[in-house]
Design a protein around this ligand. Structure first.
Ligand SMILES: Nc1nc2c(c(=O)[nH]1)N[C@@H](CN(C=O)c1ccc(C(=O)N[C@@H](CCC(=O)O)C(=O)O)cc1)CN2
Length: 298
């Protein structure tokens, strides 16, 4: 039996729908809409697409979208001044600075300038710390989206062996923390891991977040594993085509013959990122307004 396809696109659409319904109730109760400010510096083509999608999704979910587009040569002081202005703006519940930033800007300094209570990306060191010690805060959107897909598919993750391949602050580390909080037995693998195939082979859950096209091979997987592919890699174009195909970090076709379930690329984890961002923004709005988000609403 081929692996079941975990349809992140459909899951994300349902989550966006629920967030939209709750956001409409928030606007009614608070007398204003929840607000998300997105800052884009420069002209990176993919970032422009993501920022446009975030704007559309925010508006469709009955929230206010504040977009700030700055030139690629923006001075760090000017970017920090904008972040300070957004921190102080009561109409703004969530602030997101689209990454990557141009090379002359210090990403860590910019993230550190965002108020942790408006950091809906969950990248601020305060939110990373809150996650590490089990306090409530904002959790990065991509790993939280992966967890939603995993718990929807598997229910209780207690005692399952999970391997996260990749140790970035944005995906790998928070993903491992979330799996640990769900009582999985977690290994973080990375470029220096010895015998990666053997490490992957013992996993009931594999989360691949390395950014290397089709690196994880079908024969590495334990039969009936659940595979979450976070990678989005564009292959070189075929002769005559202007764009290459998008693939994940896992050999999807091969893995389908071994795994129990797998996320596709595109249409798996990617769409969850924006849906969870909307969810985090609504949570921020409720907190900032001193209102309670109805239990179990999201
Ligand atoms: N401040 C942030 N910057 C970046 C983040 C982030 O969460 N916060 N994540 C990524 C980019 N990203 C959102 O910002 C993002 C990436 C991918 C997708 C997505 O839906 N991908 C599609 C494929 C899209 C395509 O055709 O190219 C999919 O996987 O189906 C959404 C959002 C880096 N920066």
């Amino acid at each position: 039996m081929p692996a079941q396809v975990i349809d992140g696109k459909a899951f994300a659409a349902r989550l966006r729908e629920r967030v939209g319904q709750e956001a409409a109730k928030f606007a009614e109760a608070a007398g204003r809409k929840a607000g998300l400010a997105v800052v884009l510096v420069g002209e990176d083509a993919a970032s422009q697409v993501y920022v446009r999608s975030k704007h559309k999704a925010t508006v469709a979910a009955h929230m206010e979208s504040f977009e700030h587009r700055l030139p690629a040569d923006t001075a760090e002081a000017d970017l920090l001044a904008l972040v300070a202005q957004l921190n102080a703006d009561p109409a703004v519940d969530g602030i997101l600075v689209q990454l990557p930033l141009p090379d002359h800007l210090d990403e860590q300094a910019v993230i550190a300038a965002i108020s942790p209570d408006k950091d809906v990306d969950g990248f601020h060191v305060t939110n990373a710390g809150r996650l590490a010690v089990g306090q409530s805060g904002f959790v990065p959107c991509t790993p939280l989206g992966c967890m939603m897909l995993l718990t929807d598919r598997l229910g209780d993750l207690s005692g399952l062996e999970a391997v996260v391949i990749g140790r970035s602050n944005i995906v790998g580390k928070p993903m491992a923390q979330l799996l640990l909080d769900a009582n999985a037995t977690v290994t973080i693998a990375h470029s220096r891991t010895r015998d990666l195939p053997a490490v992957v082979r013992r996993a009931d859950i594999v989360v691949a977040a390395v950014g290397r096209a089709e690196m994880v091979k079908a024969e590495w997987l334990k039969p009936q594993a659940t595979v979450i592919d976070v990678g989005i890699n564009r292959l070189p174009p075929e002769p005559g085509a202007d764009k290459g195909r998008l693939v994940g970090d896992v050999d999807y076709t091969g893995a389908q013959g071994v795994a129990a379930a797998i996320t596709p690329v595109p249409g798996g984890v990617g769409p969850m990122t924006i849906a969870v961002l909307l969810r985090n923004t609504l949570v921020a709005a409720y907190r900032n307004a001193g209102l309670d988000l109805p239990e179990g609403a999201l």
